[in-house]
Each structure stands twice: as structure tokens, then as C-alpha cells.
Design a protein around this ligand. Structure first.
Ligand code: FAD
Length: 324
């Protein structure tokens, strides 16, 4: 018999994040024909977002709307989600391994007195068991886990599990649940966005990252132009952030963001182990470095030995030709 799964949806400024749809796909695989129920927290009418979850495969969606849920706090969302979990008694819960997911799910797991498999990159089944694959040792190895009893609780890494095709002919009920959210201790008065992150780094399919080799803030401009042509986001090594060439919100690596885009272009990055920890699982890695011995070439699928200020504009020109 199929398992009943809950998917905690996540939106930013009223738009659902792609990882929500990927979480639905993962939940469907785990449920094997059981029911997949979405949960959405926020303020105002969340029906449209609820419908979006249905179009991506949720069988029904429960929304919890309250002015205290306008912006994310683990306390507010924790109360809302826990109330829905208690009502629904699911056999499993899935959420994106995003900043919000990383904050909310361990707290929820502890409240529910259950375990959590975090940062899952693949869900498969073998001999009746669901197998969760996740990176360990900063992405140098992968472990496979199965849950033999109790609640299945997992966060999935963005960009790794394909979502289902959006299909408006899918139908499912979107209902509202009233939850009495107790007064919150943290009060968010304002959100100040850092950096120019037009495209979300962790969900971007293409990332053009610069290192200390870009030499200045202006040195990022050719990278930004290439990223624009490719519809990608800009990332950076800590070397570039430390040098003040860009904001720390762009840092990729062990102490920055972990990304797995389809294409990662590393320009002027040496490939320190701490940087590789954040990007080595990218699907295709292109490295541009003037030092043929640079460590980044050891993880690159394509390496270009040369000056990034010559190579990157040429790449942009070639990409523009392909785009036309
Ligand atoms: P460098 O190592 O200085 O490399 C610059 C590269 O640019 C060189 O390979 C050079 O050949 C090349 N270059 C120069 N000019 C050109 C040009 N014109 N064209 C082409 N190539 C050129 N680092 C991270 O990135 N992310 C992290 O999360 C992170 N966390 C860390 C955590 C800890 C605890 C510690 C100790 C370190 C961490 N670091 C992290 C730092 C890491 O060890 C490296 O120092 C850093 O990644 C180096 O950045 P870089 O490759 O840009 O600079």
C-alpha cells in the first residue's frame, strides 16, 4: 500500500520555489501511489500557489494563512506545519534543502522525536526499500540510507531530482486550515537583500563563478555578461569575496552555498578543497585558469588554459551565436 506523504512548500515573494516541485516528485516516488499532500504557510489567499503544487503533482494542498506567517520564522512555520502533521498523520515528509528547509526541518524533527535525512540528491527503490542517496565528506563520497521504521523525513537538495511536468489538467483540493499561531518571540521588521542575486544561486541551472583571478569588482563584469547570455547566476570563491570583489552572499563552498547546476563555469578559481565542497557535484564543470596545474582542472569536464579576460568574452560571443 502506498504511503501518505506531506510536502512542505516554500515560496519567495509569493512565487513557489522550484525545489517545492522537486520535493513533490520525490514524495511521489517515496509514496508509490500513496497520497501526496502539500502544505503552504503564508499570509493572505494562498489558493493560487496551492493550485500550482497540484499542477506539479500534489493530490491536495492545505494552506495555513496568518499575518504572523507573512515572513518565515521557524517558530511560526513550526507551529503551523506541526498542526497539519498532527491532523494528517503522514508516513513521510519532504522539503527542499534550502536555507529555510535547513532551519525548519531539524527543529520539527526534534519536536516530532524522529530522525531526518538531509540533503538528499537521489531517491530510488530496490527490493521494496526506498533508498536515499546523500553526499558526505563535503561531496567526496555518497552514502545510501534506508529507513526501516518510523516517520520518513527528508530534505532534498535543489536541482537534483527532476520535477514532474506542470499539468493544469491535474486536479486537487486546496483547503485552508485555521491554526492559532501563538505570539512569536522573533519579530521580523524588514528584509534587506544582499547582493544582486537576480537568479537564485542554489536553484540556478547555470552558474558563472569568479575567483581571485578576476582581480577586481569590475573584473566580474565579463562574467556577468556571460551569465546574462546563459540565463545564469553569478557565484564566487571565498578568495574573491575576501578580496572585496563581491558580496559574501555569492560565496560557494564549504562555508558558502552548495550548488549543483547543470553547468558551472569557474573563472580564475584555483580549486581549493573548500571551494570544491560547494560545486564539485555540478553536472558539467568548465574551468578557465591561466595556470595549467590549477587543481580546478582535476574536477573539470572541460578545461581552458588561458586568461579569463580573453576567454570569457569569446565564450559569450560564441554563446550568442548559438542562441540566435
Ligand atoms: P586563489 O587560490 O588565489 O586562485 C586564483 C586563481 O586564479 C589561480 O589559480 C590563478 O592561476 C587564477 N588566475 C589569476 N589570474 C587569472 C586570469 N587572468 N585568468 C585566468 N585565471 C587566473 N573557499 C571557497 O571558495 N569557498 C568556501 O566556502 C571556503 N571555505 C573555507 C573554509 C575554511 C575553514 C578555510 C580555511 C578556507 C575556506 N575557503 C573557501 C578558502 C579556500 O581555501 C581558498 O583560499 C579559496 O577558495 C581561494 O579562492 P580562489 O580560488 O579565488 O583564489
Amino acid at each position: 500500500m502506498g504511503k501518505k506523504m506531506l510536502v512542505i512548500g516554500e515560496s519567495r515573494e509569493g512565487v513557489l520555489r522550484n525545489v517545492t516541485f522537486e520535493a513533490i516528485a520525490a514524495a511521489k516516488q517515496i509514496s508509490s501511489d500513496g497520497e501526496v499532500v502539500g502544505i503552504l504557510c503564508g499570509e493572505g489567499d494562498l489558493t493560487e500557489q496551492g493550485n500550482e503544487m497540484v499542477y506539479y503533482g500534489a493530490d491536495r494542498v492545505i494552506t495555513v494563512s496568518d499575518e504572523k506567517l507573512k515572513t518565515y520564522t521557524s517558530e511560526g512555520y513550526g507551529q503551523a506545519v506541526k498542526a497539519v502533521i498532527e491532523d494528517e498523520s503522514p508516513e513521510g515528509i519532504v522539503m527542499g534543502h534550502t536555507a529555510v528547509g535547513k532551519d525548519l526541518t531539524p527543529k520539527l524533527a526534534s519536536k516530532l522525536e524522529t530522525g531526518l535525512i538531509s540533503d538528499v540528491t537521489e531517491v530510488s527503490s530496490e527490493g521494496g526499500n526506498i533508498i536515499f542517496t546523500r553526499p558526505i565528506y563535503s561531496g567526496k563520497a555518497f552514502e545510501k540510507k534506508i529507513i526501516t521504521e518510523g516517520l520518513i523525513f527528508a530534505t532534498i537538495r535543489p536541482n537534483n531530482i527532476a520535477s514532474l511536468e506542470r499539468d493544469e489538467s491535474r486536479s486537487g483540493e486546496v483547503t485552508t486550515k485555521d491554526v492559532d499561531i501563538a505570539d512569536l518571540r522573533p519579530i521580523i521588521k524588514d528584509i534587506i537583500r544582499k547582493g544582486s542575486e537576480c537568479v537564485d544561486l542554489s536553484e540556478s541551472k547555470v552558474i558563472v563563478a569568479g575567483g581571485r583571478g578576476v582581480k577586481s569588482a569590475e573584473g566580474f563584469e565579463p562574467l556577468e555578461e556571460l551569465a546574462d547570455v546563459l540565463g545564469g547566476a553569478i557565484g564566487a570563491s571565498r578568495g574573491a569575496c575576501d578580496a572585496g570583489y563581491c558580496d559574501y552572499s555569492l560565496q560557494i563552498g564549504q562555508t558558502g552555498k552548495v550548488v549543483t547546476p547543470d553547468l558551472y563555469i569557474a573563472a580564475g578559481i584555483s580549486g581549493a578543497i573548500q571551494h570544491l565542497a560547494g560545486m564539485s557535484n555540478s553536472k558539467v564543470i568548465v574551468a578557465i585558469n591561466k595556470d595549467p596545474e590549477a587543481n580546478i582542472f582535476n574536477v573539470a569536464d572541460y578545461g581552458i588554459v588561458g586568461d579569463l579576460f580573453e576567454v570569457v568574452p569569446k565564450l559569450k560571443e560564441e554563446m550568442l551565436k548559438v542562441k540566435v
